[in-house]
Design a protein around this ligand. Structure first.
Ligand SMILES: [Zn+2]
Length: 378
């Protein structure tokens, strides 16, 4: 048996063995060479194969093999090379089958459902503590659309733009993707809502110890008041009082914003759950939308307070009032005066603390104002 040196390539006429091939340092293929004709011509053949290998000392041997390999032999080599490549491709394809199956099993519902149904989120980019609209334009003429986002029911109402639902992202929601499920007649869609990261500001306050630490009695009072409010947030009217866009309850200078992290005497406290609007004491405070007054009381922190139920789990709060001008259970219209700006409760000056709860979620009331809800009316 003669050992030859070969710088191989499929085009160069060298053989690939059935079993293996090696790669040289410069990535050229070295292989067992099917050189029956070559072997016989040189009297060195052993069976049908001659082992060919690169030999630095005698490069002439390589040309001997490559130049003298017959053409029919080259085509056989090419076929084998192609066959090998085909096998490699098939092996990789087989490995991908489970992934493809998984995709096909999970996707049909979305793909099928998306046919004809258009879904939009307004605004497109969402952050924790923001309200948003889901706008659905069904592919067929249907009369009802339902859905769910962040584990909360979506209440759709027909409007000029299609079917619209008001929803929100709670302040505590981490950035990521969350499912949005929409059903319209026979159509169903499962999509993802993307929540981006939001950096909230920080407010450092230094107060007297008696302003920070509460007595046993005050602590009990605060806890009771919290429980009373928690009961309200859980009540969710199926009907809707709110109608059209939301408005600012009072004109004034903006103070502490929603989500502000407060650090009092070097201790982190609960974030600010509303928008403060500074205005002279006695300035009229209007309802941000139509609703029904469900709570009137003077609370330890919030002072004279009003809570308006706008229906479908949406509540607005008006705190630190100097005067309440509505009564429990009274229905109010958007823009109707409900009280006057004050500094009752724990307030550092006359201002309105305006807050919102949406299906229990803590949402920035300012994010409601920017929503184009003009087309929605009862
Ligand atoms: Zn406030």
């Amino acid at each position: 048996m003669m050992i030859y040196e070969i710088a191989t390539s499929a085009r160069g006429g060298l053989a690939m063995t059935k079993r293996k091939h090696l790669f040289s340092r410069d990535r050229r293929i070295l292989s067992l060479c099917h050189c029956e004709e070559q072997g016989k011509a040189n009297g060195e053949g052993l069976g049908n194969f001659v082992i060919a290998r690169q030999s630095r000392s005698n490069p002439g041997d390589s040309s001997l093999c490559s130049e003298q390999a017959p053409q029919s032999h080259n085509s056989l080599i090419t076929k084998r090379l192609l066959l090998r490549l085909w096998r490699i491709a098939m092996t990789r394809f087989m490995r991908m089958i489970p992934i493809i199956l998984l995709f096909l099993l999970s996707a049909p519902e979305t793909l099928k459902a998306d046919k004809g149904m258009a879904i939009r989120i307004v605004p497109k980019l969402l952050r924790p503590g923001e309200a948003f609209m889901v706008v659905v334009t069904p592919g067929s003429s249907i009369t009802e659309v339902s859905g769910e986002a962040f584990g909360k029911k979506l209440y759709f109402v027909g409007g000029e733009q299609g079917y619209i639902a008001l929803s929100g992202v709670d302040l505590s929601v981490k950035p990521g993707k969350y499912p949005l499920v929409i059903e319209a007649g026979m159509e169903k869609s499962v999509r993802k809502i993307r929540v981006l990261k939001k950096r909230f500001g920080k407010e450092v306050l230094h107060l007297r110890p008696d302003q920070v630490f509460l007595s046993e009695e005050d602590l009990k009072r605060v806890e009771k008041e919290k429980q009373r409010l928690d009961v309200i947030w859980k009540e969710e009217l199926q009907g809707r009082f709110w109608d059209g866009p939301f408005i600012l309850p009072v004109k004034g200078k903006f103070g502490s914003v929603f989500g502000l992290r407060r650090i009092i005497n070097d201790e982190p406290r609960s974030p600010h759950m509303g928008q403060d609007i500074k205005a002279p004491e006695g300035t009229p405070v209007a309802a941000c939308n139509s609703g029904r007054v469900v709570f009137i009381d003077e609370l330890f922190f919030s002072g004279k307070s009003i809570i308006v139920d706008h229906g479908q789990g949406l509540y607005s709060m008006y705190f630190h009032l100097s005067e309440v001008l509505v009564s429990q259970g009274q229905e109010v219209k958007r823009g109707q005066v409900v009280g006057r700006v004050g500094a009752t409760g724990r307030a550092m000056g006359p201002h309105l603390h305006w807050g919102v709860r949406l299906q229990g979620m803590r949402v920035d009331p300012m994010s409601l104002i920017s929503l184009p809800l003009n087309s929605i009316s009862r």
